[in-house]
Unconditional design. Structure first.
Length: 256
């Protein structure tokens, strides 16, 4: 049984997603937003050495981790001292993909394919994309960054393919809501087509991904009228052919 551990590098973010609690307040944790100190990161990692259970490490909670001025240094250090998985068994990164230059993409791919730890240590990068068109992206995400994000994610996938690498897997996430439900099919066709052209197995899910393959993940919106949001989500998933379940709510009770 693993322990999921979130070490939040920052609670700053560079977009204002309609569905994210971070965007609804000036202080995500009720205190001025900030960046984790280097010594805090080192001490936190050192403290994992005596954990009796496998640690599943994620440097994210409410903020965008890649905004940390020393993000590359932090993650490279974590992997450098994790020989034989002595600190963490799994690593996962959640990001909106806005700050992902080629140099960072190459760094992440190199870390994911180190030979001194289990091959599947760096399990996945979870890209929160949530739209296909520029208009829908700006409506959902509160920023005109659609083209940049698509370019960054496509480059990451193309580099992984060109280098012949298996890890990390990717999750391409889409929170279904009134401003994007109409173009879920275009999103699905674009990313499914790209991944299949690279010879990758692709899963499609309407609940939290449970397969170790690249996955397009369609989530319901968490909102005041949850029943309506769940129905919209279920309708989209049926239209995409992900499920033939006729229920109004598709996600499990424990899912977020």
């Amino acid at each position: 049984m693993g322990i999921n551990l979130n070490l939040e590098l920052t609670d700053h973010c560079n977009i204002r997603c309609r569905m994210c609690s971070q965007s609804l307040r000036d202080e995500a944790h009720g205190a001025p937003m900030r960046f984790m100190e280097w010594e805090t990161w080192k001490a936190a990692l050192d403290g994992l050495a005596d954990m009796p259970d496998d640690v599943h490490l994620c440097p994210h909670w409410l903020g965008e981790p890649t905004l940390h001025p020393q993000f590359d240094r932090f993650v490279e250090y974590a992997f450098a001292i994790n020989s034989n998985n002595r600190l963490f068994r799994e690593f996962k990164l959640h990001t909106n993909g806005v700050v992902l230059p080629e140099s960072r993409a190459r760094l992440l791919l190199r870390l994911a394919n180190r030979t001194d730890q289990a091959a599947d240590t760096f399990r996945f990068v979870h890209f929160s994309i949530d739209a296909y068109s520029r208009h829908a992206y700006a409506w959902v995400k509160g920023a005109d960054q659609r083209d940049r994000v698509f370019r960054n994610v496509e480059r990451f996938l193309n580099l992984r393919h060109t280098l012949g690498l298996e890890w990390p897997r990717v999750t391409l996430a889409y929170v279904v809501q009134p401003g994007n439900a109409h173009e879920a099919g275009e999103f699905n066709a674009h990313w499914t087509g790209l991944l299949r052209a690279q010879g990758r197995p692709v899963a499609h899910t309407c609940d939290w991904p449970d397969q170790l393959v690249d996955t397009l993940y369609y989530r319901p919106l968490n909102t005041g009228d949850q029943a309506a949001a769940d129905r919209m989500h279920a309708d989209v998933c049926r239209e995409l052919g992900i499920t033939d379940n006729t229920a109004d709510r598709l996600r499990g009770a424990e899912s977020f």
